[in-house]
Design a protein around this ligand. Structure first.
Ligand code: BGP
Length: 490
Protein backbone atom coordinates (compact mmCIF):
# COMPACT_ATOMS: atom_id res chain seq x y z
CA UNK A 1 0.00 0.00 0.00
CA UNK A 2 1.50 3.32 -1.09
CA UNK A 3 1.25 6.13 1.47
CA UNK A 4 2.17 9.65 0.60
CA UNK A 5 5.63 10.77 1.63
CA UNK A 6 4.91 14.48 1.48
CA UNK A 7 1.92 16.68 2.23
CA UNK A 8 -0.92 16.00 -0.20
CA UNK A 9 -1.04 18.88 -2.66
CA UNK A 10 -2.26 19.39 -6.24
CA UNK A 11 -1.95 22.48 -8.40
CA UNK A 12 -4.92 24.82 -8.70
CA UNK A 13 -6.93 23.90 -11.77
CA UNK A 14 -5.80 20.28 -11.70
CA UNK A 15 -8.11 18.43 -14.07
CA UNK A 16 -9.88 15.67 -12.14
CA UNK A 17 -12.39 13.57 -14.03
CA UNK A 18 -13.23 10.32 -15.74
CA UNK A 19 -12.78 8.58 -19.07
CA UNK A 20 -14.78 6.43 -21.46
CA UNK A 21 -14.55 5.41 -25.11
CA UNK A 22 -17.32 5.48 -27.70
CA UNK A 23 -17.11 1.79 -28.56
CA UNK A 24 -17.40 0.71 -24.94
CA UNK A 25 -20.34 2.83 -23.92
CA UNK A 26 -22.37 4.36 -26.76
CA UNK A 27 -24.20 1.35 -28.16
CA UNK A 28 -26.66 2.47 -30.89
CA UNK A 29 -24.34 0.82 -33.37
CA UNK A 30 -26.58 0.97 -36.41
CA UNK A 31 -28.71 4.04 -36.03
CA UNK A 32 -28.61 7.62 -37.27
CA UNK A 33 -26.24 6.73 -40.07
CA UNK A 34 -23.44 5.11 -38.08
CA UNK A 35 -21.25 2.82 -40.15
CA UNK A 36 -19.82 -0.42 -38.83
CA UNK A 37 -16.51 -0.53 -36.98
CA UNK A 38 -14.27 -3.41 -36.01
CA UNK A 39 -15.73 -3.25 -32.51
CA UNK A 40 -19.17 -4.18 -33.80
CA UNK A 41 -17.62 -7.39 -35.09
CA UNK A 42 -16.02 -8.70 -31.91
CA UNK A 43 -17.80 -11.45 -30.06
CA UNK A 44 -18.28 -11.78 -26.33
CA UNK A 45 -15.57 -13.75 -24.58
CA UNK A 46 -16.45 -15.45 -21.36
CA UNK A 47 -13.75 -16.12 -18.83
CA UNK A 48 -11.72 -14.22 -16.36
CA UNK A 49 -8.38 -13.94 -17.92
CA UNK A 50 -7.98 -12.85 -21.45
CA UNK A 51 -5.82 -10.53 -23.38
CA UNK A 52 -6.13 -8.71 -26.62
CA UNK A 53 -3.09 -10.35 -28.12
CA UNK A 54 -5.43 -13.29 -28.76
CA UNK A 55 -7.03 -11.18 -31.41
CA UNK A 56 -4.28 -12.25 -33.79
CA UNK A 57 -6.63 -15.20 -34.25
CA UNK A 58 -9.40 -13.00 -35.72
CA UNK A 59 -10.01 -13.91 -39.38
CA UNK A 60 -11.62 -12.44 -42.46
CA UNK A 61 -14.30 -15.06 -42.05
CA UNK A 62 -15.08 -13.69 -38.57
CA UNK A 63 -15.43 -10.27 -40.12
CA UNK A 64 -17.80 -11.48 -42.83
CA UNK A 65 -19.87 -13.44 -40.36
CA UNK A 66 -20.22 -10.43 -38.09
CA UNK A 67 -21.46 -8.32 -40.96
CA UNK A 68 -24.27 -10.70 -41.70
CA UNK A 69 -25.64 -11.42 -38.22
CA UNK A 70 -26.98 -9.43 -35.32
CA UNK A 71 -26.95 -11.37 -32.10
CA UNK A 72 -26.41 -10.63 -28.44
CA UNK A 73 -22.93 -12.09 -28.91
CA UNK A 74 -21.68 -8.71 -30.10
CA UNK A 75 -21.85 -6.67 -26.90
CA UNK A 76 -20.09 -3.57 -28.21
CA UNK A 77 -23.13 -2.95 -30.36
CA UNK A 78 -25.26 -2.19 -27.33
CA UNK A 79 -22.67 -0.74 -24.90
CA UNK A 80 -24.46 0.85 -21.97
CA UNK A 81 -26.57 2.91 -24.36
CA UNK A 82 -24.77 6.12 -23.50
CA UNK A 83 -26.13 7.32 -26.84
CA UNK A 84 -29.53 7.73 -25.25
CA UNK A 85 -28.44 8.26 -21.64
CA UNK A 86 -25.71 10.86 -22.04
CA UNK A 87 -27.62 13.61 -20.27
CA UNK A 88 -28.23 11.52 -17.19
CA UNK A 89 -24.66 10.22 -17.19
CA UNK A 90 -23.04 13.61 -17.60
CA UNK A 91 -25.26 14.99 -14.81
CA UNK A 92 -23.82 12.29 -12.55
CA UNK A 93 -20.26 13.18 -13.62
CA UNK A 94 -21.07 16.78 -12.77
CA UNK A 95 -22.40 15.74 -9.37
CA UNK A 96 -19.03 14.12 -8.65
CA UNK A 97 -17.47 17.46 -9.54
CA UNK A 98 -15.66 16.43 -12.72
CA UNK A 99 -13.49 19.15 -14.19
CA UNK A 100 -12.77 17.08 -17.29
CA UNK A 101 -14.42 14.24 -19.17
CA UNK A 102 -12.42 12.12 -21.57
CA UNK A 103 -14.52 10.67 -24.38
CA UNK A 104 -13.87 9.47 -27.89
CA UNK A 105 -15.53 10.18 -31.18
CA UNK A 106 -16.49 7.31 -33.41
CA UNK A 107 -15.17 7.95 -36.91
CA UNK A 108 -18.01 5.91 -38.40
CA UNK A 109 -20.61 8.14 -36.81
CA UNK A 110 -19.07 11.17 -38.48
CA UNK A 111 -18.56 9.45 -41.84
CA UNK A 112 -20.83 6.46 -42.41
CA UNK A 113 -18.22 5.41 -44.95
CA UNK A 114 -14.87 7.19 -44.51
CA UNK A 115 -14.87 7.85 -48.25
CA UNK A 116 -18.15 9.76 -48.18
CA UNK A 117 -17.76 13.31 -49.34
CA UNK A 118 -20.00 14.86 -46.74
CA UNK A 119 -20.13 14.05 -43.05
CA UNK A 120 -23.17 12.56 -41.38
CA UNK A 121 -25.18 15.42 -39.84
CA UNK A 122 -26.77 13.18 -37.23
CA UNK A 123 -23.38 12.04 -35.97
CA UNK A 124 -22.15 15.61 -35.68
CA UNK A 125 -25.33 16.62 -33.90
CA UNK A 126 -24.91 13.84 -31.33
CA UNK A 127 -21.40 14.90 -30.34
CA UNK A 128 -22.25 18.59 -30.32
CA UNK A 129 -25.06 17.76 -27.88
CA UNK A 130 -22.73 15.74 -25.67
CA UNK A 131 -20.13 18.50 -25.66
CA UNK A 132 -22.72 21.17 -24.91
CA UNK A 133 -23.95 19.07 -22.03
CA UNK A 134 -20.42 18.96 -20.61
CA UNK A 135 -20.03 22.69 -21.00
CA UNK A 136 -23.32 23.27 -19.19
CA UNK A 137 -21.58 21.91 -16.06
CA UNK A 138 -18.21 23.51 -16.79
CA UNK A 139 -16.72 20.14 -17.58
CA UNK A 140 -13.81 20.43 -20.00
CA UNK A 141 -14.01 17.71 -22.67
CA UNK A 142 -10.85 15.78 -23.57
CA UNK A 143 -11.52 14.15 -26.91
CA UNK A 144 -9.80 11.11 -28.44
CA UNK A 145 -10.18 10.97 -32.21
CA UNK A 146 -9.53 7.26 -32.52
CA UNK A 147 -10.03 4.75 -29.73
CA UNK A 148 -9.78 1.24 -31.22
CA UNK A 149 -12.62 2.00 -33.61
CA UNK A 150 -11.37 1.25 -37.15
CA UNK A 151 -14.17 1.50 -39.74
CA UNK A 152 -14.92 -1.87 -41.37
CA UNK A 153 -15.03 -0.20 -44.80
CA UNK A 154 -11.31 0.57 -44.47
CA UNK A 155 -10.48 -2.99 -43.49
CA UNK A 156 -12.30 -4.38 -46.49
CA UNK A 157 -10.94 -1.93 -48.98
CA UNK A 158 -7.45 -1.07 -47.79
CA UNK A 159 -6.55 -3.77 -45.27
CA UNK A 160 -6.96 -1.24 -42.52
CA UNK A 161 -4.15 1.15 -41.70
CA UNK A 162 -1.78 -0.78 -43.96
CA UNK A 163 -3.33 1.28 -46.75
CA UNK A 164 -1.79 4.73 -47.09
CA UNK A 165 -5.28 5.91 -48.13
CA UNK A 166 -6.24 5.89 -44.45
CA UNK A 167 -3.97 8.87 -43.81
CA UNK A 168 -5.90 11.28 -46.01
CA UNK A 169 -9.25 9.93 -44.89
CA UNK A 170 -8.32 10.27 -41.22
CA UNK A 171 -7.11 13.83 -41.71
CA UNK A 172 -10.37 14.69 -43.47
CA UNK A 173 -12.27 13.23 -40.50
CA UNK A 174 -10.04 15.02 -37.96
CA UNK A 175 -10.60 18.35 -39.70
CA UNK A 176 -14.37 17.87 -39.58
CA UNK A 177 -14.06 17.16 -35.84
CA UNK A 178 -11.90 20.23 -35.25
CA UNK A 179 -14.27 22.44 -37.24
CA UNK A 180 -17.47 21.30 -35.58
CA UNK A 181 -16.30 20.44 -32.07
CA UNK A 182 -13.34 22.82 -31.71
CA UNK A 183 -15.45 25.60 -30.18
CA UNK A 184 -16.17 23.29 -27.23
CA UNK A 185 -12.90 21.38 -26.95
CA UNK A 186 -9.47 22.53 -25.82
CA UNK A 187 -7.82 19.13 -25.18
CA UNK A 188 -7.45 16.51 -27.90
CA UNK A 189 -5.74 13.15 -28.33
CA UNK A 190 -5.14 11.55 -31.71
CA UNK A 191 -4.82 7.75 -31.24
CA UNK A 192 -5.54 5.80 -28.08
CA UNK A 193 -2.58 3.72 -26.85
CA UNK A 194 -0.67 4.47 -30.01
CA UNK A 195 2.06 1.96 -29.22
CA UNK A 196 -0.43 -0.91 -29.32
CA UNK A 197 -0.64 -1.92 -32.98
CA UNK A 198 2.16 -4.46 -32.76
CA UNK A 199 0.43 -6.11 -29.80
CA UNK A 200 -3.13 -6.02 -31.05
CA UNK A 201 -3.30 -5.20 -34.73
CA UNK A 202 -6.99 -5.86 -35.25
CA UNK A 203 -8.51 -3.19 -33.03
CA UNK A 204 -5.61 -0.74 -33.34
CA UNK A 205 -5.15 -0.94 -37.05
CA UNK A 206 -7.80 -3.14 -38.63
CA UNK A 207 -5.08 -5.57 -39.73
CA UNK A 208 -6.27 -9.15 -40.13
CA UNK A 209 -3.43 -11.59 -40.56
CA UNK A 210 -4.96 -13.77 -43.28
CA UNK A 211 -5.17 -10.73 -45.57
CA UNK A 212 -1.38 -10.50 -45.74
CA UNK A 213 -0.06 -13.33 -47.80
CA UNK A 214 2.05 -11.01 -49.95
CA UNK A 215 3.95 -9.34 -47.13
CA UNK A 216 5.18 -10.51 -43.71
CA UNK A 217 2.48 -9.60 -41.23
CA UNK A 218 4.91 -7.92 -38.88
CA UNK A 219 6.24 -5.74 -41.65
CA UNK A 220 2.66 -4.78 -42.49
CA UNK A 221 2.16 -3.71 -38.89
CA UNK A 222 5.23 -1.46 -38.97
CA UNK A 223 3.94 0.08 -42.19
CA UNK A 224 0.48 0.62 -40.70
CA UNK A 225 2.09 2.22 -37.66
CA UNK A 226 3.95 4.58 -39.95
CA UNK A 227 0.67 5.62 -41.52
CA UNK A 228 -0.83 6.33 -38.11
CA UNK A 229 2.22 8.43 -37.24
CA UNK A 230 1.79 10.50 -40.39
CA UNK A 231 -1.96 10.82 -39.86
CA UNK A 232 -1.45 11.86 -36.25
CA UNK A 233 1.17 14.46 -37.15
CA UNK A 234 -1.02 15.93 -39.90
CA UNK A 235 -3.99 16.05 -37.54
CA UNK A 236 -1.94 17.83 -34.86
CA UNK A 237 -0.85 20.39 -37.44
CA UNK A 238 -4.36 20.90 -38.77
CA UNK A 239 -5.76 21.29 -35.26
CA UNK A 240 -3.18 23.90 -34.35
CA UNK A 241 -3.81 25.83 -37.56
CA UNK A 242 -7.49 26.08 -36.77
CA UNK A 243 -7.14 26.61 -33.02
CA UNK A 244 -3.71 27.88 -31.96
CA UNK A 245 -4.64 27.45 -28.29
CA UNK A 246 -5.73 23.85 -28.63
CA UNK A 247 -3.65 21.32 -26.68
CA UNK A 248 -3.18 18.17 -28.72
CA UNK A 249 -1.52 15.22 -27.09
CA UNK A 250 -0.45 11.68 -27.75
CA UNK A 251 -1.66 8.71 -25.72
CA UNK A 252 0.43 5.69 -24.78
CA UNK A 253 0.05 2.52 -22.77
CA UNK A 254 2.32 3.05 -19.80
CA UNK A 255 3.35 -0.49 -19.25
CA UNK A 256 6.07 -0.68 -16.71
CA UNK A 257 8.33 -3.71 -16.42
CA UNK A 258 10.76 -4.35 -13.59
CA UNK A 259 13.65 -6.79 -14.06
CA UNK A 260 12.55 -10.07 -12.50
CA UNK A 261 15.94 -10.50 -10.84
CA UNK A 262 19.06 -8.37 -10.53
CA UNK A 263 20.84 -10.53 -13.10
CA UNK A 264 22.33 -8.16 -15.70
CA UNK A 265 20.70 -10.10 -18.55
CA UNK A 266 17.25 -9.65 -16.99
CA UNK A 267 17.94 -5.97 -16.72
CA UNK A 268 18.98 -5.77 -20.35
CA UNK A 269 15.94 -7.74 -21.51
CA UNK A 270 13.71 -5.39 -19.52
CA UNK A 271 15.28 -2.33 -21.08
CA UNK A 272 14.59 -3.75 -24.54
CA UNK A 273 11.01 -4.52 -23.58
CA UNK A 274 10.44 -1.00 -22.32
CA UNK A 275 11.63 0.43 -25.62
CA UNK A 276 8.80 -1.37 -27.34
CA UNK A 277 6.45 0.83 -25.32
CA UNK A 278 8.24 4.05 -26.20
CA UNK A 279 9.16 3.57 -29.84
CA UNK A 280 6.17 5.37 -31.37
CA UNK A 281 5.62 7.96 -28.67
CA UNK A 282 9.23 8.99 -29.23
CA UNK A 283 8.22 9.87 -32.80
CA UNK A 284 5.24 11.91 -31.67
CA UNK A 285 7.25 13.83 -29.11
CA UNK A 286 10.59 14.27 -30.90
CA UNK A 287 9.31 14.43 -34.47
CA UNK A 288 11.45 11.64 -35.90
CA UNK A 289 12.03 7.89 -35.75
CA UNK A 290 14.41 7.01 -32.91
CA UNK A 291 17.55 5.22 -34.05
CA UNK A 292 16.67 2.09 -32.08
CA UNK A 293 13.36 1.74 -33.93
CA UNK A 294 15.06 2.10 -37.31
CA UNK A 295 17.51 -0.60 -36.21
CA UNK A 296 14.74 -2.82 -34.92
CA UNK A 297 12.99 -2.69 -38.30
CA UNK A 298 16.11 -3.17 -40.42
CA UNK A 299 17.48 -5.95 -38.17
CA UNK A 300 14.34 -7.89 -38.96
CA UNK A 301 14.92 -7.39 -42.65
CA UNK A 302 11.88 -5.14 -43.09
CA UNK A 303 11.52 -1.74 -44.68
CA UNK A 304 8.96 0.94 -44.06
CA UNK A 305 7.94 2.99 -47.07
CA UNK A 306 8.29 6.74 -46.54
CA UNK A 307 6.75 9.21 -48.98
CA UNK A 308 8.70 12.28 -49.97
CA UNK A 309 7.47 14.66 -47.26
CA UNK A 310 7.01 12.19 -44.45
CA UNK A 311 10.06 13.23 -42.47
CA UNK A 312 8.97 16.84 -42.62
CA UNK A 313 5.41 15.96 -41.65
CA UNK A 314 6.62 14.15 -38.53
CA UNK A 315 8.68 17.18 -37.52
CA UNK A 316 5.71 19.49 -37.91
CA UNK A 317 3.29 17.36 -35.95
CA UNK A 318 4.88 17.26 -32.51
CA UNK A 319 2.40 16.88 -29.67
CA UNK A 320 1.83 19.36 -26.85
CA UNK A 321 1.57 16.88 -24.01
CA UNK A 322 1.93 13.18 -23.27
CA UNK A 323 -1.02 11.26 -21.91
CA UNK A 324 -1.12 7.64 -20.89
CA UNK A 325 -3.03 4.76 -19.38
CA UNK A 326 -1.64 3.16 -16.25
CA UNK A 327 -3.11 0.16 -14.47
CA UNK A 328 -0.35 -2.08 -13.23
CA UNK A 329 3.26 -3.17 -13.45
CA UNK A 330 4.84 -6.46 -14.31
CA UNK A 331 8.28 -8.03 -14.49
CA UNK A 332 10.44 -9.21 -17.34
CA UNK A 333 13.35 -11.61 -17.70
CA UNK A 334 15.82 -12.76 -20.33
CA UNK A 335 14.39 -16.25 -20.10
CA UNK A 336 10.74 -16.40 -19.11
CA UNK A 337 10.46 -20.18 -19.46
CA UNK A 338 8.94 -21.75 -16.40
CA UNK A 339 8.11 -18.39 -14.79
CA UNK A 340 4.57 -17.62 -13.77
CA UNK A 341 3.06 -15.01 -16.05
CA UNK A 342 0.86 -12.09 -15.13
CA UNK A 343 -1.60 -11.06 -17.80
CA UNK A 344 -2.64 -7.61 -18.86
CA UNK A 345 -5.12 -6.82 -21.58
CA UNK A 346 -2.51 -6.19 -24.24
CA UNK A 347 0.56 -8.03 -23.06
CA UNK A 348 1.94 -10.64 -20.70
CA UNK A 349 4.62 -10.08 -18.12
CA UNK A 350 6.22 -12.16 -15.43
CA UNK A 351 4.39 -12.22 -12.14
CA UNK A 352 5.81 -10.04 -9.38
CA UNK A 353 5.65 -11.89 -6.05
CA UNK A 354 5.47 -8.62 -4.12
CA UNK A 355 2.29 -7.29 -5.69
CA UNK A 356 -1.40 -8.09 -5.26
CA UNK A 357 -3.46 -9.09 -8.30
CA UNK A 358 -6.98 -8.18 -9.35
CA UNK A 359 -9.41 -10.93 -10.27
CA UNK A 360 -8.23 -10.60 -13.84
CA UNK A 361 -4.63 -11.09 -12.78
CA UNK A 362 -3.60 -7.44 -13.19
CA UNK A 363 -0.95 -6.57 -10.60
CA UNK A 364 -1.77 -3.27 -8.97
CA UNK A 365 1.13 -1.05 -7.99
CA UNK A 366 0.74 2.60 -6.98
CA UNK A 367 4.50 3.03 -6.51
CA UNK A 368 4.76 2.08 -10.16
CA UNK A 369 2.64 5.11 -11.02
CA UNK A 370 5.10 7.46 -9.36
CA UNK A 371 7.95 5.56 -11.00
CA UNK A 372 6.23 5.92 -14.38
CA UNK A 373 5.52 9.61 -13.96
CA UNK A 374 9.17 10.26 -13.17
CA UNK A 375 10.37 8.12 -16.05
CA UNK A 376 8.04 9.81 -18.55
CA UNK A 377 8.82 13.32 -17.39
CA UNK A 378 12.58 12.70 -17.46
CA UNK A 379 12.31 11.32 -20.98
CA UNK A 380 9.88 13.75 -22.59
CA UNK A 381 9.94 16.96 -20.49
CA UNK A 382 6.38 17.60 -21.57
CA UNK A 383 3.30 18.05 -19.39
CA UNK A 384 1.78 14.67 -18.56
CA UNK A 385 -1.85 13.62 -18.27
CA UNK A 386 -3.05 10.35 -16.74
CA UNK A 387 -6.06 9.61 -18.92
CA UNK A 388 -6.73 6.05 -17.75
CA UNK A 389 -6.26 4.47 -14.35
CA UNK A 390 -8.64 2.28 -12.43
CA UNK A 391 -9.62 -1.06 -11.05
CA UNK A 392 -11.86 -3.61 -12.77
CA UNK A 393 -13.81 -5.64 -10.23
CA UNK A 394 -16.85 -7.87 -9.96
CA UNK A 395 -19.13 -5.45 -8.07
CA UNK A 396 -22.45 -6.65 -6.76
CA UNK A 397 -25.54 -4.92 -5.45
CA UNK A 398 -25.88 -5.75 -1.74
CA UNK A 399 -29.12 -6.57 -0.02
CA UNK A 400 -29.29 -2.97 1.21
CA UNK A 401 -29.42 -1.90 -2.44
CA UNK A 402 -25.95 -0.30 -2.34
CA UNK A 403 -22.71 -1.24 -4.02
CA UNK A 404 -19.92 -1.36 -1.47
CA UNK A 405 -16.56 -1.09 -3.20
CA UNK A 406 -13.89 -0.34 -0.58
CA UNK A 407 -11.26 -1.93 -2.86
CA UNK A 408 -11.86 0.78 -5.45
CA UNK A 409 -11.56 3.55 -2.88
CA UNK A 410 -8.30 2.03 -1.63
CA UNK A 411 -6.92 1.78 -5.17
CA UNK A 412 -7.85 5.40 -5.89
CA UNK A 413 -6.40 6.63 -2.62
CA UNK A 414 -2.97 5.12 -3.08
CA UNK A 415 -2.71 6.24 -6.69
CA UNK A 416 -3.63 9.81 -5.71
CA UNK A 417 -0.91 9.68 -3.03
CA UNK A 418 1.60 8.53 -5.63
CA UNK A 419 0.61 11.37 -7.97
CA UNK A 420 0.95 13.94 -5.23
CA UNK A 421 4.46 12.74 -4.43
CA UNK A 422 5.43 12.76 -8.09
CA UNK A 423 4.28 16.38 -8.32
CA UNK A 424 5.65 17.66 -5.04
CA UNK A 425 8.78 15.60 -4.51
CA UNK A 426 9.83 14.84 -8.07
CA UNK A 427 8.65 18.03 -9.77
CA UNK A 428 6.54 16.28 -12.41
CA UNK A 429 4.22 18.58 -14.40
CA UNK A 430 0.92 16.71 -14.26
CA UNK A 431 -2.14 18.27 -15.90
CA UNK A 432 -4.87 15.95 -14.73
CA UNK A 433 -6.25 12.55 -13.98
CA UNK A 434 -9.21 10.78 -15.55
CA UNK A 435 -10.35 7.56 -13.92
CA UNK A 436 -10.99 4.89 -16.51
CA UNK A 437 -14.59 3.75 -16.92
CA UNK A 438 -16.00 6.30 -14.48
CA UNK A 439 -19.32 4.68 -15.30
CA UNK A 440 -19.43 0.88 -15.79
CA UNK A 441 -18.91 -0.04 -19.41
CA UNK A 442 -17.85 -2.99 -21.52
CA UNK A 443 -14.35 -4.29 -21.09
CA UNK A 444 -12.10 -3.66 -24.04
CA UNK A 445 -10.33 -6.99 -23.90
CA UNK A 446 -13.06 -9.39 -22.80
CA UNK A 447 -16.15 -7.35 -23.71
CA UNK A 448 -17.62 -8.38 -20.39
CA UNK A 449 -19.93 -6.13 -18.47
CA UNK A 450 -18.98 -7.86 -15.25
CA UNK A 451 -15.51 -6.33 -15.26
CA UNK A 452 -16.61 -3.04 -13.76
CA UNK A 453 -14.50 0.06 -13.24
CA UNK A 454 -17.16 2.67 -12.51
CA UNK A 455 -18.13 4.89 -9.62
CA UNK A 456 -21.56 4.47 -11.19
CA UNK A 457 -23.03 1.00 -11.48
CA UNK A 458 -25.02 0.12 -14.61
CA UNK A 459 -27.61 -2.59 -14.19
CA UNK A 460 -26.76 -4.76 -17.19
CA UNK A 461 -25.21 -8.20 -17.33
CA UNK A 462 -22.80 -9.71 -19.83
CA UNK A 463 -25.65 -10.52 -22.18
CA UNK A 464 -27.23 -7.08 -22.06
CA UNK A 465 -30.07 -8.10 -19.74
CA UNK A 466 -31.06 -5.67 -17.02
CA UNK A 467 -32.75 -2.33 -16.58
CA UNK A 468 -29.75 -0.23 -17.55
CA UNK A 469 -30.42 1.78 -14.40
CA UNK A 470 -27.50 3.86 -13.05
CA UNK A 471 -26.73 3.45 -9.31
CA UNK A 472 -24.06 5.35 -7.38
CA UNK A 473 -21.50 3.08 -5.73
CA UNK A 474 -19.87 3.96 -2.40
CA UNK A 475 -16.84 5.16 -4.34
CA UNK A 476 -19.01 7.83 -5.99
CA UNK A 477 -19.07 10.00 -2.86
CA UNK A 478 -15.46 9.20 -2.16
CA UNK A 479 -14.27 10.51 -5.53
CA UNK A 480 -16.53 13.53 -5.09
CA UNK A 481 -14.68 14.31 -1.85
CA UNK A 482 -11.30 13.77 -3.48
CA UNK A 483 -12.19 16.26 -6.21
CA UNK A 484 -13.83 18.80 -3.92
CA UNK A 485 -10.72 18.85 -1.71
CA UNK A 486 -8.42 18.98 -4.76
CA UNK A 487 -6.88 15.67 -3.75
CA UNK A 488 -6.19 16.56 -0.13
CA UNK A 489 -8.94 14.61 1.65
CA UNK A 490 -8.51 10.92 1.04
C1 BGP B 1 -7.00 0.21 -22.11
C2 BGP B 1 -7.98 0.69 -23.14
C3 BGP B 1 -9.34 0.99 -22.61
C4 BGP B 1 -9.79 0.14 -21.45
C5 BGP B 1 -8.70 -0.27 -20.50
C6 BGP B 1 -9.09 -1.38 -19.54
O1 BGP B 1 -5.99 -0.54 -22.71
O2 BGP B 1 -7.52 1.89 -23.73
O3 BGP B 1 -10.23 1.04 -23.67
O4 BGP B 1 -10.71 -0.77 -21.73
O5 BGP B 1 -7.53 -0.65 -21.14
O6 BGP B 1 -9.02 -2.61 -20.17
P1 BGP B 1 -10.13 -3.72 -20.10
O7 BGP B 1 -11.39 -3.06 -20.52
O8 BGP B 1 -9.70 -4.78 -20.99
O9 BGP B 1 -10.20 -4.12 -18.67
Amino acid sequence: MYTNQSELRFPQGFLWGGATAANQCEGAWDIDGKGMTIQDCLEFRAGNISNMTKQFAFTSEDLNKAQSVNTINYPKRRGIDFYHHYKEDIALFAEMGFKVYRMSICWSRIFTDPEDETPNEKGIEFYVNVLKECKKYNIEPLVTLSHYDVPVALIKKYRGWYGRECVGLFVKYAKVCFEHFGPYVKYWLTFNEVDAMLRHPVTSGGLIEDQFEDVPFEQAMYQAMHHQMIASALAVKAGHELYPDAQIGCMMTKLCFYPYTCKPEDNLATQQRMRSIYRYVDIQVFGEYPIYLKKEISNKGYTVKFEENDEQILKEGIVDFVSFSYYMTSCWAADTNGLELSPGNTFNGVKNPYLPSSEWGWQTDASGLRYSLVELYDRFRKPLFIVENGLGARDTVSEDGHIHDPYRKAYLKEHVCAMSDAINLDGVDLMGYTWWGCIDLLSESTREMSKRYGFIYVDLDDYGSGTGKRIKKDSFDYYKQVIASNGTML
